[in-house]
Design a protein around this ligand. Sequence first.
Ligand code: THU
Length: 132
Amino acid sequence: MPSAKELIEAARAARAHAYAPYSSFAVGAAVETVDGTVITGSNVENASYGLSLCAERAALVRAIAQGHRRFRAIAIAGPEGATTAPCGACRQFIAEFDRTMPVTFTSPDGVVATTLAELLPYPFTGDALSPK
Ligand code: THU
């Protein structure tokens, strides 16, 4: 099982694969599945800016596509000196799989440890639309 430190290190390493020619803001993310597997992602931008994909969603999509559905934590790493908390869209995306997932992210003051419940207290759940 990776430690919290190892998970943020995996996120930091994933920044190397960011495709961010428009913003130059390289982000890496690492999700830990319940079986201890670590799956990383990086942001992938597009000339049509709005199509750009955040590192968090890239990591989660990779994990889901590999058959994982349950997660223990997610870590996000951005450039030094930046606060790289997950954007609102990513918070909602994470909430689909775990509304209380531990979340760590880099900031100028060091690594911030929080939870999705704190970052997004009222996710849209769809209630009647809930997955069967
Ligand atoms: N970005 C992420 O990948 N994750 C975040 O949590 C915040 C923003 C990306 C999107 C875009 O490619 C770049 O960072 C600048 O916004």
